[in-house]
Design a protein around this ligand. Structure first.
Ligand SMILES: Nc1ncnc2c1ncn2[C@@H]1O[C@H](COP(=O)(O)OP(=O)(O)OP(=O)(O)O)[C@@H](O)[C@H]1O
Ligand SMILES: [Mg+2]
Length: 236
């Protein structure tokens, strides 16, 4: 079995911004503040090593702030790890947290095109698939409105519809299903199961254990930026 995603000792540090107690105070204590700012580094992920096999559906779960989205962004290549190595084999369609990659002033239709281009489709491919993408989203009525007017569920529909229509070899999904209504969640799950059957690799971040069990083969539990364990999904 070939591997789709290999992470070796991956860590990610964020620099935290520092709030001061007023400009005057800030200026008089400038050297001290600079020292403090340098220290305000936060290890969102520490020493994560894992392998996702080709054709596997891999779940990631853990508490809020555990580092799941950070991990997915690293796999998507949106950010670089501070240390460690990431190897990806295959065309990736990341479906990150809501609104990532969307432009609020553009319409739904324009955002589909923008996203498609960002995800590596050619304009021709997108034009051809546009009707299908819009139909899957069920947003026909609103598709020429700027997406700042969309609800979070509508944005999720748009994002999911684009991602599944670029024929990804690796599909990354962050929580997005949580905001969809029941009917759309079911439609998305069905679509992901079809992907899996056709041999795509899926990484699915979720708090929804039944959903993970239904879709995933293995699940990683992330806790405080560390990989606590990897279990078979049925053992959850
Ligand atoms: N851009 C950033 N700058 C600084 N800290 C960040 C940044 N993004 C995330 N963090 C911090 O990194 C940690 C992990 O965040 P992350 O979004 O990966 O968590 P998560 O597991 O996806 O949480 P949730 O379940 O709430 O989506 C959190 O403590 C968060 O505050
Ligand atoms: Mg998250």
């Amino acid at each position: 079995m070939r591997d789709a995603i290999v992470l070796e000792n991956v860590s990610k540090v964020y620099s935290l911004s520092y709030t001061t107690t007023g400009v005057k105070n800030f200026l008089t204590h400038l050297p001290a503040y600079i020292k403090k700012m340098r220290k305000r580094r936060f290890w969102a992920l520490k020493d994560i090593s894992l392998t996702v096999h080709r054709g596997e559906a891999f779940g990631i779960t853990g508490r809020n702030g555990a580092g799941k989205s950070t991990l997915l962004c690293l796999i998507a290549g949106v950010m670089k790890p501070t240390t460690g190595d990431i190897r990806i084999e295959g065309r990736v369609a990341p479906l990150l947290e809501l609104g990532a990659g969307f432009h609020p002033e553009l319409t739904g239709r324009e955002n589909i095109i923008l996203n498609g281009v960002l995800l590596g489709m050619t304009r021709r491919e997108i034009k051809k698939k546009l009707p299908e993408i819009i139909a899957f989203s069920e947003l026909e009525e609103f598709i020429d409105q700027p997406i700042r007017t969309y609800s979070s569920g509508m944005l999720a529909r748009l994002g999911f519809s684009v991602a599944v229509h670029i024929d990804p070899e690796i599909l990354l999904i962050d929580e997005i299903l949580a905001v969809g209504d029941t009917q759309f969640q079911k439609k998305c799950l069905d679509r992901m199961l079809t992907f899996k059957k056709n041999g795509s690799t899926i990484v699915h971040v979720s708090h929804n254990i039944p959903q993970i069990k239904m879709l995933c083969d293995r699940v990683a539990l992330i806790d405080g930026g560390r990989l606590r364990e990897i279990k078979m999904a049925e053992e959850l």
